[in-house]
Design a protein around this ligand. Structure first.
Ligand SMILES: [Zn+2]
Length: 572
């Protein structure tokens, strides 16, 4: 493609609400344009990337034995009525009426439709397993569409559905999808972790998220630095420490004048924050409870709610604390005064003595021992972080932000039972088919790739999904330069390399800036001095320095770089 013919409307200024790097760079680089809130059009460069990501997804799904179908986006209400999702999906479902008043919606996901597709024709175990997928636009009326392609109302998704005769077979399908997803995420060039959504549960996980590591990710995860363990912080298990073996003397009341915060109290008493306990007053389903965690730890509300079996949990207000307790706000503790429920984190249950509030203004207790001086329900209540050991192997955990790029589930018979998607087994017994579903946000992967691969100058596309493999530019003017560039452009194209030839009449600085912004993995520059020696400059986007390569070698050099880096040469 010649730049002078290309539709690449790059921008100098981007809208103020674009702050996420992928959002900014997709707009600035002329990849996408916003049409409405959370609605984007793909310009030529954007579509080239999207198509490449989708092609990788399709190849790996096909390799895993899945078959592609295409279901409609416009769907009659009756299918969601059958599953109950017409009501339960809520405002996220984009509903509409046709001219006769018939009710429809735009598909946010297709479990019902695919279940219907299969139940019409599959009757016997002999016809199973099946794995069907599609790559299609999905619609969700997000309350707050934002961050460009990361959270849209219309987006491209790959959704696959497996159909098996048993839970065991469904797990095999799930494992095969997990493998396919590994290949997809690796080929796109992403650094990711597979996060078990129900980590710690017995019997292995039936759902996992493929989390792409990114500073701007919505999800907080921890991953082991040594093994495969990774989990959302909300479910990542913390470990009980070693038990304290020395005898702890009886607790003592000490004065802590005007010291309220953990920091102030610990410093005043000459102890580390880890020798104190924090009492958080929370309201769980209407009742005030005392939640205890070590002074240097953070209580995790999801874990606390789970430990209490509470469906509603929030911090108590000062008024609520005063009404429920005998002690003053800021000096509350589990010993004396408090008669309500107490839950304590595992870390406090080590037999050690801790500093706690004394339920009296300007006073704390030292050497308070859980189990000796007060009783509490002990549970895993805290958020694990960098300092914690991996629950699986004991090595150090590291915390990350992540963006969910894919999600795989064993669905079981949730939809098939409701929708009577049954089969006859070998004994001629009728049973619901066991399903799995597997999603990848294809357009979201484009954005997450940028989140991971960019610098101050622009995007650094991995070769496998770059809009073009290489940009050819000239530095300076002259027929000899233009001629050499033209020859290279043709030679590379014939070799199957995807080339953008920047033939604009612009200063080299402008062209280099645009090349870096758009993020071509390779740049060839034809300059006077090099050409005098029969050489051109070849520079990788990720490298600082260019190398001089003889003209007659450059086509082969580039072709092999494209291949080695996961790109694909077009066959003639
Ligand atoms: Zn580990």
């Amino acid at each position: 493609m010649r730049y002078t013919h290309a539709f690449v409307p790059t921008l100098k200024e981007v809208p103020k609400d674009a702050v996420t790097p992928s959002h900014v760079l997709l707009l600035r680089g002329g990849f996408v344009r916003m049409v409405g809130a959370g609605i984007y059009e793909m310009l030529p460069l954007g579509l080239r990337v999207l198509t490449k990501v989708a092609a990788i997804v399709r190849e790996e799904m096909d390799r895993a034995g899945a078959q592609e179908v295409l279901m409609p986006a416009l769907l009659p209400k009756e299918y969601f009525d059958e599953s109950g999702r017409w009501d339960s999906f809520g405002d996220t479902l984009l509903r509409l009426k046709d001219r006769k008043g018939g009710e429809y919606h735009l598909g946010p996901t297709h479990e019902e439709i695919i279940t219907d597709m299969v139940r019409r024709d599959v009757k016997s175990y002999r016809q199973l397993p099946q794995n069907l997928y599609q790559v299609q636009m999905k619609f969700r009326d997000e309350a707050r569409p934002r961050a460009g392609l990361l959270r849209c109302r219309e987006f491209m998704m790959k959704d696959a559905y497996s159909f098996d005769v048993s839970e065991e077979k469904a797990r095999q399908s799930y494992e095969s999808m997990r493998e396919a997803y590994h290949r997809i995420f690796r080929r796109v060039g992403l650094d990711y972790r597979v996060v078990a959504a129900d980590a710690g549960a017995m019997g292995g996980s039936t759902s996992a998220e493929f989390q792409v590591l990114a500073q701007n990710g919505e999800d907080a995860i921890v991953a082991c630095t040594a093994c495969e363990y990774a989990a959302n912080v909300e479910v990542a298990a913390s470990l009980r420490g070693a038990r304290v073996t020395v005898e702890v003397p009886a607790f003592e009341r000490v004065q802590t004048p005007a010291r309220k915060t953990i920091e102030e109290v610990a410093t005043f008493l000459g102890k580390p924050a880890s020798a104190t306990m924090k009492a958080l007053m929370m309201v769980a389903d209407g009742a005030v409870v005392m939640v205890l965690v070590r002074g240097d730890h953070d209580a995790n509300e999801v874990k606390v709610a789970k430990a209490l079996g509470a469906s509603d949990l929030r911090m108590a207000t000062d008024v609520e604390i005063r009404a429920a307790s005998a002690g003053p706000v800021g000096f509350l503790g589990p010993v004396g005064g408090w008669t309500g429920k107490v839950v304590a984190d595992l870390a406090l249950d080590d037999g050690g003595g801790y500093v706690s509030g004394a339920n009296e203004v300007d006073h704390h207790l030292t050497n308070v021992v859980l189990g000796r001086d007060f009783q509490a329900t002990v549970a895993d209540l805290r958020t694990v972080g960098d300092a914690d050991p991996c629950p699986s192997c004991g090595a150090a955990l590291k915390s990350y932000r992540g963006i969910e790029g894919g999600h795989i589930f064993v669905l079981g018979t949730h939809y098939s039972a409701k929708m009577r998607c049954h089969f006859l087994d070998e004994q001629n017994v009728e049973k619901p088919i066991v399903m799995g579903c597997y999603g990848i946000g294809v357009s979201r992967l484009v954005a997450t790739t940028i989140e991971q691969h960019h610098d101050g100058d622009g995007i650094r596309w991995p070769m496998s999904v770059a809009p073009y493999h290489v940009v050819v530019t000239t530095a300076g003017k002259g027929d000899d330069l233009d001629g050499a560039a033209e020859t290279l452009y043709r030679g590379l194209t014939e070799r199957g390399v995807e080339v953008m030839y920047d033939d604009r009449d612009e200063r080299p600085g402008v062209k280099f800036k645009d090349a870096d912004l758009i993020g071509f993995p390779l740049r060839i520059t034809v300059g006077k001095r090099g050409l005098a020696e029969g050489k051109v400059e070849l520079k990788a986007r990720a490298e600082k320095e260019a190398v001089l390569v003889p003209l007659e070698e450059v086509v082969e050099r580039v072709a092999s770089m494209v291949r080695d880096q996961g790109g694909r040469l077009r066959s003639a």
